[in-house]
Design a protein around this ligand. Structure first.
Ligand code: UDP
Ligand code: MG
Length: 317
């Protein structure tokens, strides 16, 4: 028997959870030689997600749940899940059925063959997504792979099945600013990619606004690359060289023709441009400093308010 833990981060998923449970149960019950554990992480939901999970855990002994004191984000939910998981194999999947549970049937033999430590899913289409979002997403992946030595796969979902060994490695990375797409890749191991079409949400709303995604992208770049800092240095150097050439030019012009104190408007433009660049570079520095600040505070990644279910749990009836 292989013990398999399914981690499901849930944030206001009352609409999707009933459908999800039905479908995932059908798939998991049919997996050969598997003893399943369902680990739901309620990420501070404000709807009926938590009562639903409580009731579910009472009915089904395979179900455990963790509930946060507030919304800490999906990254924190996944971390908590990985910490609490007891399985020899661990899978992470979304509650909205955008990660088809049927794929587990394909993933399991691949891991069991011993050829891979991780089977992950990447979507090859972005059908059903706003065009502007796809455009920015593509640009982001091109950029981050240029500036970071950690390979970040375009369209990679967080949906994956991993061995216990890989999970333990991930748990060694205790940083507060978690960017899982990078962390999964950073720990290494042999990963097999399954390619799927984009699936629509089963129910409910996405929790990611365009603005939130942009911030997430910026966090990812800062967490896995120091290239922006180098860019700031290069820009500074380039402007010094330009300034030096301009000074020589002005001196020579003064010596030959005299009266070189003209062109104040252009001077103002240059001044504004250069101060702009300076502020931009200080901004980059600030981004890294702020992340460092948050890391050194060593605050917990999440705070648990309630947990339940599992073997030690006595059903009420
Ligand atoms: N999620 C979470 N905390 C959050 C936001 C999302 O645990 O702050 C969960 C959510 O319940 C879902 C998964 O993360 O199971 C993916 O979220 P969503 O479907 O909104 O993102 P998308 O699929 O649109 O990228
Ligand atoms: Mg989704």
């Amino acid at each position: 028997m292989t013990r398999l833990t399914l981690i499901v981060p849930c944030y206001n998923e009352e609409a999707a959870l009933p459908v999800f449970c039905e479908r995932v149960d059908a798939v998991v019950s049919a997996l050969p030689g598997v003893e399943a554990e369902f680990l739901f992480v309620d990420d501070g939901s404000t709807d009926a997600t938590l009562p639903f999970l409580r009731a579910l855990a009472e009915r089904d002994r395979r179900v455990r749940y963790l509930s946060f004191s507030r919304n800490f984000g999906k990254e924190a939910a996944m971390y908590a899940g990985l910490q609490a998981a007891t399985g020899d194999l661990v899978a992470i999947l979304d509650a909205d059925l955008q990660d088809p549970p049927e794929l587990l049937e394909e993933m399991l033999p691949l891991i069991r063959s011993g050829q891979y430590d991780c089977v992950a899913v990447r979507r090859v289409t972005r059908k059903g997504e706003p065009a502007i979002r796809s455009l920015f997403a593509r640009a982001f992946y091109r950029l981050i792979n240029k500036v970071s030595r950690t390979q970040i796969v375009d369209g990679a979902r967080d949906y994956r099945l991993m061995t216990r060994q890989m999970v333990d490695s991930i748990l060694q990375l205790t940083e507060v600013n978690r960017f899982s797409k990078g962390i999964f890749s950073w720990v290494g191991y042999r990963t097999h990619w399954l390619e799927v079409e984009n699936a629509q949400r089963a129910a409910g709303q996405t929790k990611w606004s365009f603005f939130k995604l942009c911030l997430y992208a910026m966090d990812g770049i800062i967490a896995f690359s120091t290239a922006p800092l180098a860019i700031a240095s290069v820009l500074g150097l380039a402007f010094c060289v330009i300034a030096f050439i301009a000074i020589i030019f002005v001196i020579v012009r003064q010596l030959i023709w005299g009266g070189s104190a003209f062109g104040w408007p252009s001077m103002v433009c240059i001044l504004l441009f250069v101060t702009g660049i300076q502020l931009f570079c200080i901004g980059i520095l600030g981004q890294y400093l702020s992340k460092t600040y948050l890391e050194v505070k060593r605050r917990p990644i999440y705070i648990l308010r309630e947990s339940g279910g599992g073997e030690g749990h006595a059903p009420q009836d």
